[in-house]
Design a binder for this molecule. Sequence first.
Ligand SMILES: [Cu+2]
Length: 795
Amino acid sequence: MFGPRVTEVGHSCRESLDSVCMSANRTEPQSSSSSHFNLISEGSNRQSSRPSADMKVLWLLPLLFLASCDCIRGREWAHHGAPMFADLSVRELKAVRSYLHNLPELGLTNAQNPSLKKNSILLMELHLPRKHEALRALDRGQVRPSRQARVVVQFGNQTKPNITEYIVSPLPSPNSHQVKTFKGNKPIRFESRPITKVEYSHIDKILRKISTKIETLLKDLTGGFSYNNCTDRCLTFSDIAPRGLEPGERRSWIMLQKFVEGYFIHPIGFEILINHQNLDPEKWTVEKVWFNSVYFDSVEELVEKYEAGKLEDFPNLPDQDDIYSTYIPRGNSNTPTDIHGPKLVEPQGRRYHVDRNFVEYAGWSFSYRVRSSAGLQVFDLRFNGERIAYEISLQEAIAFYAGDTPAAMQTKYIDAGWAMGASSFELAPGVDCPEIATFVDLYHFFDTDKPVRHKNALCIFEMNTGMPLRRHFNSNFTGGYNFYGGLENNVLVLRTTSTVYNYDYIWDFHFYQNGVVEVKVSATGYIHATFFTPNGLNYGSKVFHYVLGNLHTHLIHFKVDLDIAGRENNFETIDLKYVNFTNPWSQKHFVVQSKLHRVEHKTERSAAFRFGKKFPRYTHFYNPSELNKWGHHKGYRIQLNSHGHSVLPRGWREEVGISWARYPLAVTRHKDSESSSSSIYTQNDPWEPTVSFEDYIRNNEDIVKQDLVAWVTVGFLHVPHSEDIPNTATPGNAVGFFLRPFNFFDEDPSLSSRSTVIVRPGANRAPVVQRWTPDTVGRCVTEGPFSYDGTYEEV
Ligand SMILES: [Cu+2]
């Protein structure tokens, strides 16, 4: 069967799939042109109609069964274990909510109740089973541990308001709950809670009050835009986090913007600091106002000075500028619009299998989930039945800014605190994922009273990268060739996105045929822009009249719980060192060359690499007790694709909350109590964080022959430029890491792929094609069969 192809089509491929593309459905290895090879169709899972082949298969069956029994059982157990990692279902979410709401001692009310002085559920998501319990199901087929929910409850209706997390079990019919604690029993400060729709509604109210006082100024400034009583010329706002400068504070800088398409890049130069800590919104106060580079202690002071004509350099914002932030095409197009560009097709159907959250493809299998707090996770990742990683999961994404306005200098976005996992919205077929992708709905329960369905928010597809996985043209150097060999590069992609207000992150896992996994994030969406001031040019680029794109660093944190050929792993780094010795075949000369330099890292501190320090070129995780055929420890590398750097000096205030961001790579011993490196509370209390990654390595444990977890930080510096208008584009803005086998196998495991094509010159140099997939791909890819002629000549 052919994998997906990128094809350029003038007609609808979907229409022709049934009639044309499905026609080639043979299993035997294919020899085209004039010659026919007699090949054994090993590994083919389709049926042959030839009686002799049937007989062979019958003879081989008992042997095959013995050999594959373990493999089949392993597959069954992986499949059996997958539901342990599935996100909470609608039924479970509703059951947990009603269980907790029926407990009178909690006094829960609806989350959408307009009061802030209430007890209500903020978030519910799956609580993962402990690893050793999960492994009993995955490795021995034993009964799965019961499912549990993690529930975040905000207790605002208490003398001392607080946030408490509960573990509720068993699902789907809960009857017990216990308080979930964090490492070091750190409490969750009430002020560190994520902001909710209800709190926003009160912010909206106070802004309405404030803007009434400055309506004339705002209208004069913007050419008629106002916050109140507006129809098509309205203002909106963006709020900045963290909400203060010290633990326990909840005061946010808010900037007004024109409410047009892409309002994020329409700041009007009015920023206001509102203290909204009090649970009675009537007691909220304005602490500072910033307008056009000047600070005021109150709105009244600004209005007074404006009316007295004391505001200097009153900006003259352009009118009718909303087009600048839209997607509506402008400029001359050089591409034809009457035909589509290349599309991905699966000429003979799908080659991967999805059963709820369990996915299988080309030897790979894994389970996935998208937790509402922090997003995409993959579990029990196996290749050819062997587990490579128990968990690979997104932990946190931050963007720390700099600028000249108070909003800009305060912006340190820590996105799990905005429930970036629950910010997974619908994906567009043909743009966000190919039309042929499997689209999956996600369900989230964050700041809501009912589960929310996010339709088609995750997609899975096989894609052709348009690049061979490997190829060789073996020239005979006399105008011809000895052979050509090539293997197309098809990968399975698991994708979801997070749109955290202005920014869009595209989260990808790519599973390659050769045992490689790529984890990647691509950044797009609107930049976070502030009002332009001349001093702002130290912090970014002017991208429009009165608009500055502010510099910021994106850093993304991943947890990679590797299990390389078992749980007991070692970690080493490999680099090169120069050696210098007398040339053995010319004694008067010296040989200078590089030699492998391996460093075994035996403790967590020694395996925590700092940004700014030299990073070893190979970071190698291996099983010290398992060798490949050639005597090397079976291992995998983590290869970073990143331009990340630290965002603040170590230990400086907000940096304490993102201590994971000190290390492009840190290796720890697995602990169920160290499940995440960040939390939804870091955003609004980065100074004394509930979860601190530094705690995980502080005890400097031994990491030799241990269950190891690699914590990977990738990222990039983003200095916005005019081409970020209207949106940051994905090319060049993707970072991530690869998991690559390193002596794990005895040879390239993609040798088992039947997508290989070999061509040799036959009689009279007529090419003889050897392949294991059908000759013709189907009309929606090419009209004719594969052809190749390896000759070359002068012309
Ligand atoms: Cu950016």
